[in-house]
Ligand binder design. Structure first.
Ligand code: ADP
Ligand code: MG
Length: 678
């Protein structure tokens, strides 16, 4: 008998190789398989007559097999031979050839004279109407609707359909209901068995919606329960309390006056440090608003009181940059900074670890390596996560465990509209920096069609001749895979233009970190005048002399990404420019030209995409909800929140009447963890 919690390998046809493929779909158990929801449905009742089918369409055709031919062997481009099978099928409107490659079993299971649904890609060429390797269903017994699953290499839709069906038949009696019946009644939610059955093989649209709503509610409920538990665990911890809170020496070393918003955020941290509960604070502020100074003030207080701080950046590039800046700031104050990134030499790493273990290093700046490679702090007091939108909810929990009751500070430039903040940051206190440092000149943004590229490049040239620097961003690294402009091709092409005389360099994520470092250093120092890069430069890079951001294929980027990229310029006192090149100006590009305000942009983005997509791109550190629809329904979020409060009041540990929900909560958050480490 197959059990719900069995590993996926108990299913027929799933060996070690397929097990790996399934892992790519985040399917490890039979339970996961049953909760692998279709991304769409194929309506077999909407079959298209052969006569009406268009060349290149993916269609469903209902036709009778008129003749089967025997297999023929064809040479297969150096890979031995390929077996080709052919049959003819016809409906009232016409006939077509259907061919299969290397599928003798499937072919022999099809009978002449029977009617089938053929689903697949249709072509119409010199050899007439054709379908190659379609899915085939005997019309008599075919369901009305077929699930179309998210697929991956080695696992196609048909295989998934069969496997899910088997799993459902074997395990439907084991599906335990995690939601209490009173809750299902008041909210009119389907039972677990109905919902699983309907989401895979819906009887009609109404039931499908009901099934989706149930799972969406359940996921949102589990998310809220998880946040609520995290919050509670925190309030039960004894926090590290600092005694010396004087920031004057720190302020005295700064070459500029902090903004009121920065001072207020620092004040929030100070009061957290003297409270009884560990700080768990989010600093939200637009790009360039100076969030790092708030972190620096917090680090200063920690160091002064003998505690270490860990500063996590999403990329090595950014870690190195933070290290350089903080070192400059802290060296005169006698506070030691340590850099800890993946690319360190053995000797450097040993030195770094010694500094951390002896406590001599008061600020440790690095990437994920910080958490993943067994670093032992003597006296960790504060964990800072920069650009939080790149981190998962429980990644922040992970580092926290390194020190017992450490304070956490998270910095994010991704503004979340107020209505949804509760959802994402339910376990955090928030300080908002809604003011830019004095003297910043607003960036001017222009949308340009591709035909104006030459003018755009001339503009870049002019700025560089004035002594400024420029970024050019392309969406792809190498040519070939896509129709997008690649950094390498762009850099070459640029050599043949008047800009060829300039000092240019290329930067992308596939380069070794030493190479990236060298390029960044050369750009920071001004030696490189034009940096041609992918979105690796999206976060954090700070070169105030750069005044032009030219983005190619701007229509391919999301709004928050465009805004982040634009934030790389306008960091000094000179007028800066953002040029958005695209074949056509999209809504997003239009909005970019109208405002520089990140919060305003987030609101527009939300309007354009709906909350599901807004959060769906994994930029916000949310668990990967399977049903993004959930978030397009604010009422459902409210309902889930209310339900979570009720449940926590009754069973705070989720180990009494709500054990099953407790398991689902763990599952949801561990899914998040796997995701964010990839
Ligand atoms: P972000 O909020 O995007 O992380 P940063 O902390 O990198 O912004 O700050 C952007 C730039 O502004 C840095 O060069 C920093 O030194 C500078 N800066 C920060 N605060 C101020 C201030 N109050 N006045 C002038 N410049 C500031
Ligand atoms: Mg920053």
């Amino acid at each position: 008998m197959i059990k719900l919690n069995d590993p996926i390998t108990v299913m027929p046809g799933v060996g070690p190789k397929k097990e790996k493929n399934f892992a790519a779909l985040k399917i490890r158990t039979v339970y996961d398989l049953l909760h692998h929801y279709p991304r769409g449905y194929l309506d077999l009742t909407q079959a298209v007559p052969i006569f009406m089918a268009q060349d290149g369409d993916t269609v469903c055709i209902r036709a009778v097999i008129t003749r089967k031919l025997t297999g023929a062997y064809l040479p297969n481009r150096g890979k031995g031979r390929m077996q080709l099978f052919k049959l003819y099928a016809a409906d009232d409107s016409g006939s077509m050839t259907v061919s299969f490659f290397n599928q003798p079993y499937l072919f022999s299971s099809l009978s002449s004279g029977e009617t089938y649904y053929f689903y697949g890609k249709f072509t119409r060429g010199e050899h007439g109407a054709q379908m190659a390797s379609p899915q085939c269903f005997l019309a008599e017994t075919a369901p009305h609707v077929l699930p179309v699953y998210p697929q991956t290499a080695g696992i196609n839709n048909k295989f998934l359909q069969e496997l899910v069906k088997t799993a459902f038949v074997e395990c439907k009696d084991q599906l335990a209901e995690p939601l209490p019946s009173f809750m299902r009644e008041t909210l009119s939610l389907l039972s677990i068995e109905q919902a699983v059955s309907q989401i895979h093989y819906p009887q009609n649209m109404k039931l499908l919606d009901a099934a989706k709503r149930r799972f969406a509610f359940e996921e949102m409920l589990c998310f809220q329960l998880g946040l609520s538990q995290m919050r509670k665990e925190r309030t039960e911890l004894q926090s590290i309390q600092l005694s010396d809170m004087s920031l004057t020496p720190f302020y005295d070393t700064l070459s500029f006056e902090l903004t009121d918003a920065q001072k207020k955020a620092i004040g929030d941290c100070v009061s957290d440090f003297s409270g009884t509960v560990p700080m768990n604070r989010l600093i939200q502020g637009d790009v360039g608003s100076g969030k790092t100074m708030v972190a620096a003030a917090a680090i200063y207080l920690m160091a002064k009181n003998g505690y270490q701080s860990a500063f996590m950046a999403p990329t090595e590039l950014l870690a190195v940059q933070h290290y350089d800046n903080l070192k400059k700031l802290f060296e005169p104050l006698g506070i030691e900074c340590v850099l800890l990134i993946g690319g360190l030499k053995a000797k450097e790493r040993r030195y770094a670890q010694e500094m951390i273990q002896t406590g001599a290093g008061k600020v440790v700046i690095g990437t994920h390596a910080l958490i993943s490679q067994g670093v032992e702090y003597v006296k960790l007091g504060l964990v800072i996560t920069d650009e939080q939108h790149r981190f998962g909810v429980n990644q922040r929990g992970l580092l926290q465990q390194k020190g017992e009751h450490v304070h956490t500070l998270i910095m994010s430039a991704t503004p979340i509209p107020r209505t949804l903040a509760l959802l994402v940051y339910g376990d955090l206190d928030v300080s908002i920096i809604d003011e830019l440092p004095k003297g910043r000149v607003p960036i001017e943004t222009f949308a340009l069609p591709n035909e104006k590229r030459v003018r755009a490049l001339k503009f870049v040239m002019k700025e560089v001749q004035k002594g400024r620097q420029a970024y050019i961003v392309c969406p792809a690294v190498e040519d070939g895979q896509t129709d997008l402009i690649s950094v390498t091709a762009y850099a070459e092409a640029l050599q043949k233009t008047p800009l060829g005389v300039l000092n240019t360099a290329v930067l992308h994520g596939k380069m070794k970190s030493a190479e990236k470092d060298a390029v960044m250093k050369a750009f920071s120092s001004g030696e490189v005048q034009v940096l041609i890069a992918t979105t690796v430069i999206e976060v954090g890079i700070d070169v105030p002399n750069a005044t032009v951001m030219l983005i190619e294929n701007a229509d391919r980027f999301g709004l928050s990404q465009l805004h982040q990229l634009r934030g790389r310029v306008g960091r000094g006192s000179e007028q800066s420019y953002c040029l958005l090149l695209a074949a056509h100006a999209t809504d997003r590009i239009e909005i970019m030209t109208k405002t520089n305000d990140g919060f305003e942009l987030a609101k527009e983005d939300l309007k354009l995409r709906g909350a599901g997509d807004f959060f769906g791109d994994q930029q916000h550190g949310l668990p990967p909800f399977k049903l993004q629809e959930a978030m397009n329904d604010p009422r459902l979020i409210e309902q889930a929140k209310t339900a979570a409060d009720e449940i926590i009041a009754e069973d705070p540990e989720l180990n009494q009447q709500y054990v099953l929900l407790g398991e689902s909560v763990k599952r949801l958050f561990s899914r998040n963890e796997q995701e964010s480490f990839n």
